[in-house]
Design a protein around this ligand. Structure first.
Ligand code: ZN
Length: 1019
C-alpha cells in the first residue's frame, strides 16, 4: 500500500525545537505509560493481557483450561512486559523440555488442577464442556473470559489466532446488490489440523452468519454453531470431539452483510457521469485488517492459502478479481456469475481483491502477462501513460529480481473513492484516480507521481506478495522495500523523471520524524488493531527505504545488494519472513574484509528507534568521530546508550564530488579516530550524497571551513551534500548544538545556489519557522522573516519562468520558489499568477497553466472571493483529477473564515468534496493563519465522525492530528490538545500520533522561547 500524502507533497516539518531539559508530562499520556486497551473489549478483569499468552498454551479444550491460562498469563504479565506478539514462534513442536521447564510445568499443572477442583465444587455452576455460561454471582472468575454474542463462553482469549488449524484453500462466492448496498456470500474453507484441538477460531467482522456446516475428513457435513466475539472480530466453532493432527476438514459459512460505507472491507463507491447520471460500484480494500469484513477468514499475513473466487453481477457491470476469469454462467433473474481461476500462488488474505463496476480498459502483453488499466468510462483517455509505465516497470522487475511475475494478468484500476494512494492486491492493483490517471498535457512532475506509485505497487508483487512479513511488526519488509525499489527503479527506467530529489527530501523527512521520542523502531511490537494501522507511517516506509539505501551504498559494487535480495526472494518465495531472515540472506553476499557483518550492522538500525548524531572533531591530522543518539526530547526514561554500526562515508577538499572520492569508515563504538587523513586537508564532509541515515555535526571550525568552501564555489560538493548540510544545520539548531545565527550564516552561500534540492530544503525549513511566527502573531518578526526570504532568494525567484518547462528538477525548483514568493505576497508573483488565471478562465479551456504552476496560480486565485467562486465551479466540472486536487488545495487555502468553514464541512459531508480529500483539506487550511484554529475546533466537534470514516491510527487520522496541532507553540494549546485527546480514551488517546503531536508542541514552544531573541537580533 502507499499512502496518498507520502509521495505527492512535502510533508510539513513540525519539530522545530531543540533539546530541552525534562519537562512535566501528562501522566496519562506519557508514551511509556499509556495502557493500551481494546476498543470495546468485554474483558472485565484487568490484567488478563490479550497478548500475554505463550504460544505453547494455545488450546481451547475447556473453560477450566482457560482459567488456568488466565491465571498463568496474569503472572506472566507481571514477570515481563515483553509480548510474544513481536515474533510469531514456530508452531508447537516436540522439543525436549529442560528439567527447569518440567518443574515449572508440573507446578503449573498442580495449580490448574487445584483451581479446576475448586471451581468444580463451587456451588451453582455445573462445569460443562461449554464452560459456565449461567450468570452466577458466586463465581468470581466468570467475568474474566470473553463471552460470545450468544452468551456462551468464547473459546479463545487472544488477539492473534491459534495456530492449531491452517487454512489451505478458500472457495468464495460473493453476491453484491448495488441497489440495496448489501451482499451475501458463501465461504468454503479447506483446512488442515496442525495440532489436536477442539475448536476452530477465525476472523469475521460485521458479517451476519446465516448457516454453518462442517465436514471432517471423509465424514458427512453437519450443521455447527458459530460463536462470535465481536471486540476481537473473531468467530469460533467448538467441538466435543478432538480434531486430530493431520486431519483435513471443511467449514462452510453462509452470510449476509451491508456493503461498507467507509473505505475498507467490501465497500460501495459512486460517481456522477458528465450527463449527470449516478453510477455505483463496489470495490475492496483489505490491508491491513479488513478482509474479515468481506468474508470469514484467517485474517493474518502468515495464514496463506489459495483462493477460488466467484462474483455475481448484473449484465451492465463487469467484475474483476486477482486472477483471470475462468468462466461466466448465466443465472436466473438476469444475474451473471463470473468464476475466476484458482490462485496459482498461496496468498495472504489482505491481498485478496474484487471489484464490480462498469469500467473500461486498455491492455498490452508483457512476456506472459496481460497488463490492463481500468478506469470509469469517461476517463479512459487518461490511462495510456499508466499502461506504458506499468509495462516498462514490469519488464524491469522481471529482469531485476530474476523471478518472473507469477500471474497471467496484472490489472491497474483507478477507483473513484479510494483513501490510500494505491494497494498492491496481487494481480489487481487498485489506485486513487490521481495516482494512476494522467492527462494528455500533464507535466513530467505529474507523471513522476503516477510512475512512482506504480513502481511502488509493482515492487510489492515481489516484496510483500511473494515474500510476506510474518506479522505487522515487520511491515517495513513490505513497505520499506517497495519504497526503496520505487525510487531505485525509476532512476533506472525513467531517468528523465529525476526522482532523486524526491528521494532525498523523503529521507530528510524520515530523519525529522525519527528524531522525536515518540518515534519507534523500524521493527517494533504490534499488539492491537490501532497499532497495526499506525505501522503505516514514515518509519516503516521512508526510514525503511533509507536504511536499505545506506546498506546498498556500503556494499562493494552495485550488484551485491541485488544478489542478496534475489537470494532472499528465491529462498522465501511463497513464505513469510521476519527482519532477521532478510539480514541473514544479505549476510551471505560477498563484502570487503573491513565490512562488518551485515546482520549485525543492520540490526542496530532496525531494532532501536532513532538514529545517531555523528560529531566530527579535528585536531590537526587527527579526526575523531563520535556517535550519540540524536534526540530532540531529552527524556531520562530513554537515556540508554544506543549504539549503531555506522558506515560513515566522507570526502575532503582533495577529492569531493566523484564517487571515487568517497571513503568509508565503520564507526562501531562510541568514538573512534580516522588516521589516514593528511594534515593539509582543509575540510571534511561526512555522509557523501546523504546516503547514510544520520546527522553530522562539525566541531572545531569544521562548519566554518565547509561554509567558506561553499561561498567560493558551490560545486565543491554534490547537490545532495549541499542539501544535507542545510538539513543537518536546521536539525542541529533544533537540537541546540548550533545557534540560529549559524543557520543564517550557512544560508548566505545560497545566493550562488541554483540546484533544486538545497533550495527547496531551505525554503521548507524557513517556511515552517515563518508559519509558526505568523501563528504566534509575532508581527515584527514575520515582516523581517519575509524580507529575509525575499532578499535571500529574490534573484532566484526573479529568474523563474511561467511557461511550460520540461525538466522535472526545474519544475520542482520553480514551484517551490514561486509558491513561497506568492505566499509572501510578492508583487510580481501575485500579478503573474492572476494574469495566468484570468487567461485560463477566459480561454474557455484552450489555454493551459503549466502543471507545476497550477497550485501557485489556484492558491492566489482563491484569495479573491470572486475567483474562489470561479474556482469552485471549475472544481465541480473538472474531470482530470490531478488538476482537480490542485483546485481543491486552492479552495482550502482561502483566508475567508466563512469559506474555510464551508470547505471543512463539505469535506466531511462528502458531496461536493469527496471525504477521502478531507485530510488534504485540513492540512491546507492549517497552513494559513485564518483557519488553523477553526480546524482544531472542527476536529474536536467531529471526532466521532472522523474516526467512523478513517480508522483510529490510520494514516489519514495521523495526517489530521499532525496538521491540526503542529502549528501550536503555546502552553495553552498544549493543555487543550492534551485535554482533548486524553478525554477520548479508547477512541484515540492511545495513538502514537497523539504523543507525536504533544511532543511537537512542546518542542515548538521551547524553540520559540529560546530563539525569539536570536531572531530579533539576527534577522
Ligand atoms: Zn506499499
Amino acid at each position: 500500500m502507499i499512502e496518498n500524502r507520502m509521495f505527492e507533497e512535502e510533508p510539513d516539518v513540525v519539530d522545530l525545537a531543540k533539546e530541552s531539559t525534562t519537562f512535566p508530562t501528562s501522566q496519562a499520556l506519557d508514551p511509556d505509560d499509556v495502557v493500551y486497551e481494546p476498543r470495546s473489549s468485554r474483558l472485565l478483569v484487568r490484567g488478563l493481557g490479550e497478548n500475554d499468552m505463550d504460544e505453547d498454551d494455545e488450546d481451547c479444550e475447556s473453560s477450566a483450561r482457560l482459567l488456568g491460562m488466565s491465571f498463568m498469563n496474569r503472572s506472566a504479565a507481571h514477570r515481563s512486559l515483553s509480548s510474544p506478539y513481536t515474533r510469531q514462534g514456530a508452531p508447537r513442536s516436540c522439543a525436549r523440555p529442560s528439567a527447569r521447564t518440567l518443574v515449572v510445568c508440573m507446578l503449573f499443572l498442580v495449580i490448574v488442577a487445584s483451581m479446576t477442583m475448586v471451581l468444580y465444587f463451587l456451588p451453582g455452576c455445573t462445569f460443562t464442556r461449554s464452560g459456565c455460561p449461567k450468570t452466577n454471582t458466586t463465581i468470581p472468575f466468570e467475568k474474566v473470559y470473553p463471552v460470545s454474542t450468544s452468551g456462551e463462553v468464547f473459546p479463545w482469549a487472544q488477539l492473534r489466532l491459534p495456530r492449531s488449524i491452517r487454512p489451505l484453500s478458500y472457495d468464495l462466492t460473493l453476491n453484491p446488490d448495488l441497489d440495496s448496498m448489501t451482499f451475501t456470500g458463501r465461504t468454503i474453507i479447506h483446512m488442515s489440523v496442525l495440532h489436536n484441538t477442539k475448536c476452530i477460531v477465525l476472523h469475521s467482522a460485521y458479517l451476519n452468519i446465516t448457516k454453518a456446516t462442517f465436514k471432517l475428513g471423509d465424514g458427512q457435513a453437519r450443521g455447527v454453531t458459530v460463536l462470535e466475539y465481536k471486540p476481537r472480530e473473531q468467530i469460533a466453532v467448538a467441538f466435543t470431539e478432538v480434531l486430530k493432527t493431520g486431519q483435513d476438514c471443511v467449514l462452510t459459512l453462509e452470510y449476509s452483510a451491508n456493503l461498507s460505507h467507509t473505505y475498507d472491507g467490501f465497500y460501495n463507491s459512486s460517481y456522477t457521469e458528465k450527463d449527470g447520471s449516478k453510477r455505483v460500484l463496489a470495490a475492496t480494500q483489505f490491508e491491513p485488517l479488513s478482509a474479515r469484513k468481506a468474508f470469514p477468514c484467517f485474517d493474518a499475513p502468515d495464514f496463506k492459502a489459495t483462493f477460488l473466487i466467484r462474483i455475481r453481477r448484473k449484465p451492465n457491470h463487469l467484475s474483476l478479481s486477482n486472477m483471470p476469469k475462468a468462466k461466466t454462467t448465466q443465472l436466473p433473474n438476469d444475474v451473471i456469475e463470473d468464476e475466476f481461476e484458482k490462485t496459482s500462488v498461496n496468498m495472504s488474505t489482505y491481498l485478496v481483491a474484487f471489484i464490480v463496476a462498469n469500467f473500461t480498459h486498455i491492455s498490452r502483453n508483457v512476456s506472459e502477462t496481460q497488463v490492463s488499466v481500468y478506469s470509469v468510462p469517461e476517463k479512459w483517455e487518461h490511462t495510456d501513460y499508466a499502461l506504458d509505465t506499468g509495462c516498462k516497470l514490469l519488464e524491469f522487475y522481471n529482469g531485476f529480481f530474476e523471478i518472473n511475475y507469477p500471474l497471467k494478468k496484472l490489472d491497474l484500476v483507478a477507483i473513484p473513492d479510494f483513501l490510500a494512494g494505491a494497494m498492491e492486491n496481487w494481480g489487481l492493483i487498485t489506485f486513487r484516480e490521481t495516482s494512476l490517471l494522467v492527462g494528455k498535457q500533464s507535466s513530467n512532475l505529474e507523471k513522476q507521481v503516477v510512475a512512482s506509485v506504480i513502481a511502488h505497487e509493482l515492487a510489492h508483487q515481489w516484496f510483500g506478495n511473494l515474500v510476506t512479513m510474518r506479522w505487522w511488526n515487520d511491515l517495513w519488509l513490505n513497505e520499506g522495500f517497495a519504497t526503496y525499489m520505487q525510487y531505485m527503479s525509476l532512476q533506472t527506467v525513467f531517468p528523465q523523471l529525476d526522482i532523486g530529489n524526491l528521494f532525498l527530501a523523503v529521507r530528510f523527512r524520515a530523519l525529522d520524524k525519527d528524531a522525536l521520542n515518540s518515534s519507534h523502531a523500524v521493527s517494533t511490537e504490534v499488539n492491537k488493531p490501532e497499532q497495526v494501522e499506525e505501522m503505516f507511517d514514515s518509519v516503516s516506509y521512508e526510514k525503511g527505504a533509507s536504511i536499505l539505501l545506506m546498506l546498498n551504498a556500503s556494499l562493494p559494487g552495485d550488484q551485491q545488494f541485488r544478489k542478496g535480495i534475489i537470494q532472499y526472494l528465491k529462498e522465501f518465495s511463497g513464505l513469510n519472513t521476519d527482519t532477521n531472515d532478510l539480514w541473514n540472506s544479505l549476510t551471505q553476499v560477498e563484502v570487503s574484509a573491513q565490512h562488518p557483518n551485515v546482520s549485525e550492522m543492520m540490526s542496530s538500525w532496525t531494532s532501536q528507534k532513532g538514529f545517531p548524531l555523528v560529531t566530527v572533531s579535528r585536531k590537526g591530522g587527527q579526526v575523531t568521530l563520535t556517535q550519540e543518539h540524536f534526540r530532540l526530547t531529552s527524556d531520562n526514561a530513554t537515556q540508554t546508550s544506543s549504539l549503531w554500526i555506522i558506515p560513515v562515508t566522507y570526502v575532503t577538499d582533495n577529492c569531493s564530488v566523484a564517487p571515487e572520492c568517497r571513503r568509508t569508515f565503520y564507526l562501531k563504538t562510541k568514538s573512534e579516530t580516522l588516521k589516514e587523513l593528511p594534515e593539509s586537508v582543509k575540510w571534511v564532509k561526512v555522509n557523501y550524497r546523504n546516503t547514510g541515515f544520520y546527522i553530522t555535526h562539525y566541531e572545531d571550525g569544521g562548519w566554518a571551513a565547509l561554509i567558506d568552501a561553499l561561498s567560493h564555489n558551490v560545486s565543491v560538493l554534490t547537490h545532495e551534500d549541499r542539501a544535507s548540510l542545510v538539513h543537518n544545520m536546521f536539525a542541529l539548531s533544533r537540537l541546540g548544538r548550533v545557534s540560529f545565527h549559524q543557520v543564517l550564516h550557512l544560508l548566505k552561500y545560497m545566493s550562488n545556489e541554483t540546484h533544486t534540492s538545497p533550495v527547496t530544503e531551505a525554503l521548507l525549513q524557513l517556511g515552517v519557522i515563518y508559519r509558526l511566527l505568523d501563528k504566534r502573531q509575532e508581527h515584527r518578526l514575520v515582516a523581517r522573516m519575509k524580507s529575509y526570504i525575499l532578499h535571500q532568494f529574490g534573484s532566484l525567484m526573479d529568474k523563474q519562468t511561467w511557461e511550460e518547462e520540461d525538466s522535472v528538477s526545474k519544475q520542482e525548483l520553480r514551484s517551490a520558489l514561486l509558491g513561497m514568493a506568492c505566499s509572501l505576497n510578492e508583487e510580481k508573483c501575485i500579478s503573474q499568477s492572476r494574469a495566468l488565471f484570468k487567461q485560463y478562465v477566459e480561454s474557455n479551456g484552450t489555454s493551459r497553466i503549466p502543471g507545476d504552476l497550477q497550485q501557485v496560480v489556484f492558491t492566489v486565485a482563491a484569495q479573491s472571493n470572486e475567483d474562489w467562486a470561479t474556482l469552485l465551479t471549475m472544481y465541480g466540472q473538472a474531470t482530470y483529477d490531478a488538476e482537480k486536487r490542485k483546485m481543491l488545495r486552492g479552495l482550502a487555502s482561502t483566508q475567508d473564515a466563512r469559506l474555510i468553514v464551508w470547505v471543512l464541512k463539505a469535506g466531511l459531508r462528502g458531496d461536493v468534496i469527496q471525504t477521502q480529500e478531507l485530510p488534504l483539506v485540513i492540512s491546507t487550511v492549517c497552513n494559513g493563519f485564518t483557519g488553523y484554529l477553526f480546524v482544531w475546533d472542527f476536529i474536536q466537534e467531529n471526532w466521532d465522525s472522523l474516526i467512523e470514516k478513517f480508522p483510529v491510527g490510520s494514516f489519514a487520522i495521523q495526517t489530521i492530528i499532525k496538521s491540526a496541532t503542529s502549528h501550536f507553540s503555546t502552553q495553552a494549546h498544549l493543555d487543550q490538545v492534551q485535554g482533548f485527546f486524553y478525554s477520548l480514551r479508547e477512541r484515540g488517546s492511545q495513538m502514537r500520533s497523539v504523543q507525536e503531536a504533544l511532543e511537537t508542541i512542546r518542542l515548538n514552544q521551547r524553540w520559540m522561547e529560546k530563539n525569539l531573541a536570536t531572531l530579533e537580533k539576527w534577522l
